[in-house]
Design a protein around this ligand. Sequence first.
Ligand SMILES: CC(C)(COP(=O)(O)OP(=O)(O)OC[C@H]1O[C@@H](n2cnc3c(N)ncnc32)[C@H](O)[C@@H]1OP(=O)(O)O)[C@@H](O)C(=O)NCCC(=O)NCCS
Length: 182
Amino acid sequence: MSRSPSPIIREACLEDASILCKWWNDPEIMTHVGLPNGLEISVDQVQDLILASEEAAPPPPRSKRFMILAALGREPIGELNYSNWDPERQVVSVGIKICKLSARRKGYGRAALESFLVLLQDVLQVRTVTLEVLARNTPAWNLYERLGFHRVRRRKGAYMCKATSERLDVFDYHISLDRTIP
Ligand SMILES: CC(C)(COP(=O)(O)OP(=O)(O)OC[C@H]1O[C@@H](n2cnc3c(N)ncnc32)[C@H](O)[C@@H]1OP(=O)(O)O)[C@@H](O)C(=O)NCCC(=O)NCCS
């Protein structure tokens, strides 16, 4: 398979609120993260989220959102975020979505997450990155394992899907950044 050029990662700004809102309300994108009806959020609410991390003092904030752009044309194709940054423990959590469906399975997710881990190590000086993923989200946990994340545990029924009242299993993953990403 031919691989796409490296994506660009930049901080999300207020102008990104409308596309983030469109993505977060899209059932096809959000069903993989346990929200089959989408997030049902407004552009104003998304702007408030972006503002909250922009105004965190002192920076950097405990959580922040980033856009993934295709290198060619700089079109937004997805988003990344970090959350729950704990400077004392040097730990942070991450999330990723490639939202433009035609951009999936072209290497963007892997390249973006790989660059993001380096950025987090440089900017936040974290040593461990954690994430959680629905056990049924095979594309996502395949990606994490490809990057060297280790599955720590399976939490049975840990996620309650409000839309369907289903209890879904969750995998916890972590990676130590002291070692090289494969
Ligand atoms: C998970 C996701 C980010 C992967 O992004 P992507 O750009 O399509 O992935 P890549 O092309 O970089 O693929 C990297 C690896 O991920 C795995 N992968 C990606 N899509 C897959 C699929 N449909 N089925 C199985 N494995 C898949 C493979 O191991 C792949 O490596 P390979 O191509 O060498 O086999 C994307 O599918 C997505 O955004 N899904 C919806 C949102 C989501 O689930 N986010 C994660 C929440 S925890």
